[in-house]
Design a protein around this ligand. Structure first.
Ligand code: HBI
Length: 99
């Protein structure tokens, strides 16, 4: 049984508690984060990896110089679920600890 997709209203509610850089639609949540430099962007990826393993939920990441483009969706559900909003909060926590 696939995990339940969130309604747009639920997504809007979740976004209110997340970094304003997040954009959300029924299909995915996206955020592009600019770090101080390339090594810091790589450090973000390295720090987020074990957190994703802990919850068995993984982002789509594009590492572009000092930017990391993040897309969150629950592939097995074909859209945004509470796993994605939870991972968005983890992304905010990890990114917030980096320059
Ligand atoms: N991560 N974003 C995302 N979407 C999934 O459907 C997903 C995942 N990580 C692991 C995973 N599915 C499955 O391996 C477990 O749900 C069993």
């Amino acid at each position: 049984m696939a995990r339940e997709r969130l309604s747009q209203q639920d997504i809007e509610t979740a976004l209110a508690g997340l970094n304003p850089g997040w954009q959300g639609g029924p299909e995915k949540l996206t955020r592009s984060i600019e770090f101080a430099d390339f090594p810091t962007a790589v450090e973000f990826v390295n720090r987020i990896a074990p957190r994703c393993e802990e919850i068995d939920h993984h982002p789509d990441l594009a590492l572009r110089w000092r930017w990391v483009d993040i897309e969150l969706s629950t592939h097995s559900s074909g859209g945004v679920t509470d796993l994605d909003t939870a991972l968005a909060g983890i992304v905010d926590e990890v990114a917030g600890g980096l320059p």
